[in-house]
Design a protein. Structure first.
Length: 89
């Protein structure tokens, strides 16, 4: 599955992008790191937490730095940081 996770304020930057790619919008309504209980973004995060719990609750230690095979999931995270210049993390 292909998906883009995007903050609500940046959805407009995806105008003209392939509409077949799933868009998961973060509404930034969480308080103190708690899920707000609504929206697809919170549903996806809750699903990940359930999968982690079912797999032994390993958290970050359960993640691999390299793919084990060509069908593994990959993520690229971007942040603008404090300089307003995009960086890849």
């Amino acid at each position: 599955m292909e998906a883009i996770i995007v903050d609500r304020e940046y959805v407009h930057l995806l105008d003209g992008f392939d509409e077949k790619v799933r868009r998961i919008v973060d509404d930034d309504d969480a308080i103190d790191g708690e899920l707000s209980g609504g929206g697809e973004f919170d549903d996806v995060i809750a699903e990940g937490l359930r999968l982690d719990a079912a797999g032994g609750a390993r958290g970050w230690d359960g993640l691999h730095a390299e793919g084990q095979n060509e069908d593994d999931v990959m993520a690229l995270a971007y942040t603008s940081g404090t300089t307003a210049k995009p960086k890849v993390s």
